[in-house]
Design a protein around this ligand. Sequence first.
Ligand code: 13P
Ligand code: SF4
Length: 305
Amino acid sequence: MTVEQLQKMIAQAKKENDVCILAHSYQNREICEIADIVGDSFKLSVEAQKVQNSKIVMCGVHFMAETAKLLSPEKTVVIASDEAGCPMAEQFTPEEVLAFKAEHPDYKVVSYINTTAALKCVTDVCVTSSSAVEIVGKLPDKNILFIPDKNLGAFVKSAYPEKNIVCWNGGCPVHGAMTAADVKKIREKYPEAKFLVHPECPPEVCENADYIGSTAGIIAYARKSDAEQFIIGTEISITEQLSYEMPTKQFFNLSKRLICSDMKTTTLVDVYNAVCGKGGLEITFDEDTAAKARHCIDEMIRLGG
Ligand code: 13P
Ligand code: SF4
C-alpha cells in the first residue's frame, strides 16, 4: 500500500468514527497532511477545546494528549503512539514542588506545558513556548518558580530582570544538546542566513539569534521575512515543513541531531489504528486529578488569550 492510499483510508475512517486528528508540528510530513489541525503546543491546547467530534486522536507526545483530555473530558482522547513521551515532562515530581511551596509560600509555580498531569496539579499557571513571556509578564507576582526547562526559564527571565525567577535544572534533551560550536559551524557556512531558534536551546545557542520563539513563531517569522536563507534551531521537521511551503527560500538545520525520537515514533499505521479504535492509548483521569490539573491550563488560556 502507498502512503497516499493509507492516507485516504484514514480520511474515510475519520468520518466514520467521528474523529478529529490533532498533530504537533514536529510530526512527520505524511501525518501533518492528514491532520485536521497542525500546530504548536499552545494552538493545540486552544483548538482541543473547540473540537466538536466525539473522539480526538493526538499525534504528538503524551502531555499533549493529556492536555486535550483535560480540556475535553467528555471526549475520547487517544494518543496514536503509546510510546511517545516527552522526557522533560517527568524531570520533577509533585512532591519536590510541594516541598518548595511549603518553604516558599510567596512563590507562584509556573510550569511549561511539557509536564505530567500530576505536576500540573501543583502548578499555578502553565505556559507554552509561545505564551511564556506574555503570561509571566501578566502575573503580578515577583517571585516565581519556573519548571522544568531552565533554558526557557532563562529566556523568560531575560525579559523581566525585575522579577525573581528561580529555575530548576531541567530541560529538553534534544534542544538542550545544541552548543555554541554548532551555531558557529553553520553560521560560517551560511553567513547571510537569518538564525531562528527555539528557547529550549541553551542561552549560548540563542545568543545573537535573529529571532527566538516557539515553532509557530519561527514559522511566522520565516513567512514574513524577505530574507532568502534561514538556519532553523528547532526540530528538523520544521525545516522540512518550511522548505515545502516556501521552495524559493532556503532552510538549513542548525543540526541534524535536532530530532525528537519520541515525536517520530508515530506512524501512519498508528494513526489509522487509533482512528479505528484498534490501537493507541486512551487517556483517562480520576475526577480529582482532572479538576486540579485543568486549573493551570485554564489560567494559561485565560491569560494568553
Ligand atoms: P512548542 O511549544 O513550540 O510547540 O514546542 C513544544 C515542544 O515540545 C518543543 O520541543
Ligand atoms: Fe520533549 Fe524535547 Fe521532544 Fe519537545 S523536542 S517533545 S521538549 S523531548
